[in-house]
Design a protein around this ligand. Sequence first.
Ligand code: 4NP
Length: 156
Amino acid sequence: MPVKILFVCLGNICRSPLAEAIFQHKIKELGLEVDIRSQSCGTANYHIGDMPDPRTIRNAFKNGIHINHVGRQLTPTDLDDFDFVLAMDQSNLDNIKQLPSAKANLHKISLMRNYDPSGSGLDVPDPYYGNEKDFQEVFDILNRSIDSFIDSLSRR
Ligand code: 4NP
């Protein structure tokens, strides 16, 4: 059975689809794509069926990452189906923990930046109202957090 990781933000058009794309890129480079699977979703319903934000797609491309994703919302069964549920910020973490299925799955749910070697416990800032610099900051945070998350997976 593959290990399954779910990246969660608010809209599922900026942070979590980027996290999923960076993660899948690195996992593929390691040849682990059969054993480690990932998806992303949003806690809100604003962008169901939407492509990622064009600024996210552009920023990812500039950093050598291709994004192919269609927006979807978090469902209660996700918490049963995935092994790790990584929230981009505290507000989304709180919303995930309010699902009826959260109680039995609390051990799976954490902040993405709990894996950031230089910012543990902080939010991945929402870049939606920001500029290119903010999108690059999100990329850099996710890139190093995901490296350390993959390290922790490989030590399991
Ligand atoms: P995300 O960013 O949660 O990183 O996808 C946002 C996307 C859309 C909105 C807010 C944040 N919105 O308000 O529509």
